[in-house]
Design a protein around this ligand. Structure first.
Ligand SMILES: [Zn+2]
Ligand SMILES: [Zn+2]
Length: 320
């Protein structure tokens, strides 16, 4: 995806007529990384595999789950600015676009979840919610006005704007370093294979965690809690919990709901790197567990981005 694609001025927001049109800025790139990922299997090395797992955690957990999602989109916690930028670079290296684009799309998803305007709802088809919305249509062609409306906080930040414009630069540097260290085999594993696994781990939250699994909360969407999605996405598969309490940095609300990203944020707190952490604590959970309750979907007010200015520690109102 190029900068001009991301910051295109003349696009129609969620133009349904473009849904069957392949996105030619994306399709060749996706084809190449998938071919590279399969090729990696024919050039197996243990070093490559462990490198891929490590970079999958760096980009998928630190970068996407913790930074793009819980920090930048929902402002579930705060970090020193330098650390926010470091985590953002990890996210950019996942090859899912720059922070402005990713965050705008995800805020839009919460605002319109499973309704008209949701960029990737399984209501429009399972395949569409997984990768169809990336390969076809206009979801990735957010115009400048839309970006400014959905990410006014990030649009003011020169570093985030720069990283969105040049979002392929960190990945290119990683590829060059890996090539210098271990040749093309290491690039196949550390870039191609790792990137493809990471892409599908993100997409599966959008698809599977809106189709299969259990629903603890009667949210206004089809989100589910799905343990295997949670495992591959470092905790983001507790997606029904998340749609009920989007601002919570903790997605796994019960002790057995493994949420690696939450444990990492907790560790950041011990190290003095995370503060003002929003936490949907168990007492909150017991409120919302009452029969026929509809948990407050706070991102329904995303139009004015009220989620960002929410008081830390404020609990959701008990359902009536
Ligand atoms: Zn969702
Ligand atoms: Zn979210």
């Amino acid at each position: 995806m190029t900068t001009t694609t991301v910051l295109q001025d003349n696009c129609v927001r969620n133009d349904p007529s473009g849904k069957n049109r392949l996105n030619w800025a994306i399709v060749p790139v996706m084809t190449i990384v998938h071919v590279g990922a399969v090729a990696a299997l024919f050039f197996f090395s243990w070093t490559g595999l462990f490198l891929a797992i490590f970079l999958y955690w760096v980009t998928g957990a630190l970068g996407l789950g913790i930074c793009y999602h819980r920090l930048l989109t929902h402002r579930s916690f705060a970090t020193p600015k330098w650390f926010e930028y470091f985590l953002t670079i990890c996210g950019v290296t996942a090859m899912e676009g720059g922070p402005l684009l990713w965050v705008a799309i995800h805020r839009k998803h919460h605002q319109f979840a499973d309704k008209d305007g949701d960029p990737h709802s399984p209501r429009d088809g399972k395949w569409w919610s997984h990768a169809g919305w990336v390969l076809c249509g206009n979801a990735l062609r957010q115009d400048v006005a839309t970006l400014k409306r959905y990410v006014p906080d990030l649009a003011e930040d020169k570093v985030h704007v720069w990283l969105t414009k040049y979002h392929l630069a960190p990945l290119a540097i990683v590829a060059a370093v890996l090539y210098a260290i271990g040749g093309f085999r290491l690039v196949l594993w550390g870039v191609f294979f790792r990137t493809v696994v990471g892409l599908h781990a993100t997409w599966i939250v959008n698809s599977a965690a809106h189709i299969w699994g259990s629903r603890r909360f009667e949210t206004r969407d089809t989100s589910t809690n799905n343990w295997w999605v949670a495992l591959v996405s470092f905790g983001d598969g507790w997606h029904n919990n998340h749609h009920a309490y989007p601002v919570s940095a903790r997605h796994g609300l019960k002790w057995y709901e493994i949420d690696l990203n939450w444990y990492t944020i907790w560790m950041f707190k011990q190290l003095g790197l995370a503060s003002r952490i929003h936490d949907a604590r168990p007492p909150v959970l017991s409120h919302a567990n009452q029969s026929n309750s509809e948990a407050p979907d706070r991102v329904a007010v995303v139009a004015n981005l009220g989620i960002i200015s929410q008081d830390p520690g404020e609990g959701p109102p008990p359902p009536h």
